[in-house]
Design a protein around this ligand. Sequence first.
Ligand code: PA5
Length: 529
Amino acid sequence: MIDTSGWFHFQQHFFSIPGTGLSLDTSQMGVPTSFWEEQAHPLQQSLQHMKELEAGVIANPDEQRQVGHYWLRTPELAPTPELRQAIEQTLQQVQDIAAQVLSGKWTNEQGQPFRHGLVIGIGGSALGPQFIDRALGQQGQGLKLHYLDNTDPDGFEQVFAELGEELPQTLCMVISKSGGTQETRNAMLVTQHVFREAGLSFGQQAVAITSTGSKLDQLAAKEGWYARLPMWDWVGGRTSVFSAVGLLPAALQGIDLKELLDGAKLMDQQGRQEDLSSNPAAQLALNWWYAGNGRGEKAMVVLPYKDRLSLFSSYLQQLVMESLGKERDLEGRVVRQGLTVYGNKGSTDQHAYIQQLREGRNDFFAQFLEVLKDQEGPAVEVDPGATSGDYLLGFLLGTRQALREKQRQSMTLTLDSITPRSIGALIALFERAVGIYAHLVGINAYHQPGVEAGKKAAGTVLQLQDRLIGALNEQPNRSWTVDELSRHLQAEKQEVTIFKVLEHLAANGRVDRHQAESSFSNRYQSKSV
Ligand code: PA5
């Protein structure tokens, strides 16, 4: 076991990433030099693969697509002039729309300026904007953002209650690459209903961000929405934060897009370095490989010691787990790959699961995030000579050391401060690490067949519900048990789903339920009028 505690060891494993305001410390991973030497060749191959990917080869073979999120921050790298133009034009459109909103040139029908932005999207079409909002949003600057990122009616009600009387001053962004995601569609339809009820014209204050020609695009065109911005098939949802998906919400919050994109661009430059000792993305990928034996045997626990970074854990969870969690490798062999990611924020999590991290199962490595600059305003001393920010650092270092004492691995990323540049760089670092790691373990990081499977299964449930309601309505005077309905509809082996659907309908007053002694014998009937 390598002694990872010394100053010299730290110096060998710590480096600052030029221009980004980020530094990486891998000293607590305990990777032996011999492992680096063994992996140097495969890593160089992965870097070569990334080079080809950035040059525009088909890097997502299942969907026969290019993978171009790196071009979004360096359009001059795009493989054709048309792609470059598309990226630059969209950026300009985003900036124009934001300028119109923030200057009050684009107002609602009553001539009032917008005060709120409502992002309607899910997964990759919401997590990026949410993370950037939490990290960089400033009270009183630009629009205040709200999110409908589910199909939970109670969640919708909460957001509309928040908007309250300022609903007329709310600009809606409906975001869906496919333009057909059910949750997003539902949230949009409910929002349109709420707008209608309030006598407002939804289209007048709505922007669609979607693939050209998608159902959403067609609807927005038909209804004459204020603007439509493109998504492209060469940008995956989880890597779309530097497309209009993330840039429009950010621009509406007055966030400096150039700095955000520059941070990502600078990190990309560093991630292309063939000298592995100065390539942070390759280092992350290699450390992940080492920790989990290239099989994801250890989870990554993300611990940002900064409230503004608390959504980074969920952002990263999607980026990493949707990209790397794959049943088959590129040759079609069953490999069941993945890298589990969870976390929230420090020091809060010290009062939750860090007990287990230190003393329980050694099935993880920690990814600490440290921010040097504490706050904008003046610091308050909570003890003589000590601020609460000093305590935050103390807790981070204390936990890092406590883990080391029990041979638990960790890495630490230090951000000088939270700025658009450092946040852009942080996202870009992990995007590239995911790409390199995926190549090292031989999987396609850019498709998501598992997500599609869940979407299909939900559709089947809704079809069954439709048939159930049909059967109840056909014979309104008759009540049915689950077994009777299952036989009647020839839906054998679907009794559990039938039971759950009927219980849900009954709980919401949409069918009548006659309670039996055992709930499995409950009888259901169409709603009496
Ligand atoms: O990363 C992904 O591809 C997914 O998480 C999608 O972003 C998510 O399913 C939403 O899809 P869409 O943007 O098509 O509505």
